[in-house]
Write a protein of this length. Structure first.
Length: 264
């Protein structure tokens, strides 16, 4: 599932291409919304909220989309060949010089703009949204609320703070110096929130996700997707194991030397 910075950048690019423009074509190729025609509506803005995207139109109408595992929005020039097959298209929004195509968007919903909170009101503070001391304090409080919870699972919980995915979970745990199975009570929750926001913010305006500051290929991440390879700090072999249960299970990466603590 994409990280919050990926969704943020997609929303920014869509906003630049569509906001302030009138739709020449607005199709939703989804069983529930197949009869909806958005043509003629003005696009007011596109905004991300954690891993959710809202495209807002005139007439108090919003289109909610979520990437899940394989969804994406692409931008094309009229007539340009698409990079994914047509049968994956779920949404198509065209303005005079750009075409936004949503592929494999399993979650689509049209709803009144003033009801968006129905879909995102449960989320914790958005790490890439409006941020201030109050929102930071709320994220810290939500993280610390369950001190016995594994910190890796707590970081992934969008109800704690919105935007962290498996990549940033792994990298935040590395920078905290604890294994992902360490209880929240053993870490500084304020530092965990600070690191999560810092990493997301550093990558919000580019497609490449780098957490080390090292630009060489294969050295962009401390431990994420480095299972069996040397830790970039101490050269100990990075380990990988499953964390979470059922459909929520995700691979967890950690360096047993740099990140002491419980393991799977």
């Amino acid at each position: 599932m994409p990280e919050g910075d990926t969704v943020f950048l997609a929303g920014h690019r869509l906003n630049e291409a569509l906001a302030g423009r009138r739709l020449l074509r607005g199709e939703l190729r989804h069983p529930r919304w197949a009869t909806a025609d958005l043509s003629g509506r003005d696009v007011l803005e596109v905004r991300s909220v954690g891993k959710h995207l809202f495209t807002r139109f005139s007439g108090d109408l919003s289109l909610h989309s979520h990437f899940r595992m394989d969804g994406a929005w692409h931008l094309y020039r009229p007539g340009e060949r698409w990079r994914r097959p047509g049968h994956q298209v779920r949404a198509l929004l065209e303005v005079p010089d750009r075409v936004a195509v949503g592929f494999a968007l399993h979650d689509l919903e049209l709803l009144p703009t003033d009801q968006e909170s129905r879909l995102v009101g449960h989320l914790g503070p958005d790490l890439l949204g409006d941020w201030d001391a109050e929102r930071a304090a709320e994220a810290v409080a939500r993280l610390a609320a369950d001190p016995d919870r594994e910190v890796g699972l707590a970081l992934l919980d969008q109800r704690v703070m919105a935007g962290v995915g498996n990549l940033y979970k792994a990298e935040v745990c590395f920078l905290l110096g604890v294994s992902p199975w360490t209880p929240v009570s053993a870490v500084d929750p304020a530092e965990a929130v600070r690191l999560a926001r810092k990493l997301l913010l550093a990558n919000a305006w580019r497609p490449e996700q780098n957490t080390t500051g090292l630009m060489e290929r294969g050295r962009q991440h401390w431990v994420f997707e480095r299972g069996g390879r040397p830790c970039l700090r101490c050269a100990t072999k990075v380990r990988v194991g499953g964390q979470g249960a059922g459909v929520l299970e995700r691979p967890a990466y950690w360096c047993p030397r740099c990140q002491p603590g419980p393991i799977a």
